[in-house]
Unconditional design. Sequence first.
Length: 308
Amino acid sequence: MKSLDVTLRQLEFFVATVERGTLSAAAAQFHVSQTAVSLAISQLEKALGVQVLVRRPAKAPALTAAGRQLLVDARQVLGHVGELESAVRTIGGDISGRLAVGCFPTITPFVMGRILEEVPVRYPELEIDLVEDTVEGLQRRLADGLCDLAIMYDIGLGSDVTTQPLYSCAPYAVLSAGHRFAARRTVALSELIDEPMVMIDMPPSLEFFTGRIAEAGFTPDIRYRTRSVETVRTFVGRGMGWAVLLHRPGTERSYDGSAVASVDLDGMGPPVDVLLVMNATARMTRRARAFADMARELLRTGPVPARM
């Protein structure tokens, strides 16, 4: 079998060109000439027998179908090489290098502060690149090798990922402090459903919550929609409606100072799992395994409040 004459530098130049958008930007990253980058990619295409980039005057190169597949594979190869280098340098020593961690935006403030606070304590040589995105965006980043792992709800996930459980959270009602049910421990969905609702609209939250409400036999009166949890809480605190959320902040005040009440909600179905999510076909690196172990330990009882 004829071996491929492909070098790591060719793969690095190819990935950098795609990620940075131009040959010149890739050349600047590696402190080489643009001609050197262009030649390396041409040699890569010759070795593979396919075109991976379409050069376009005054425009960013476009990936071909073969190039899109190569991009995924090249990122994995380069990631494994980086892991090998780190392991050789630190045999018997600490975890080191860079790790790209994705997180769904409504989860981030509840978990990532605690996790990232602990990283330099346990792994001083480990650098975390935090990326927030939608469910679709995070899964695409995992598939493309742009994220090593991500923290997400068990909502809207595809079949091309593997998961590890972190903790669960039950849907609860957010009411204004002056609401007639604010002092209750539990309120039924049927008792609130006829009132105006403020809905979190970060996909797939809208579909998830309206789906759960529909399963209970109701249709919500959604008066306002917003992608911000804090805007939801502000509107509720001002008496503009009620809401349902999954994570409970450590304060019953919204950003503008209005008071809200968090009340257990009966009728919204079972709790939702928060998961560590990985690409099903990618091998977890030593760095990723260390991060996953730490996250499971820190979050085994749910989000940890800040130290006072």
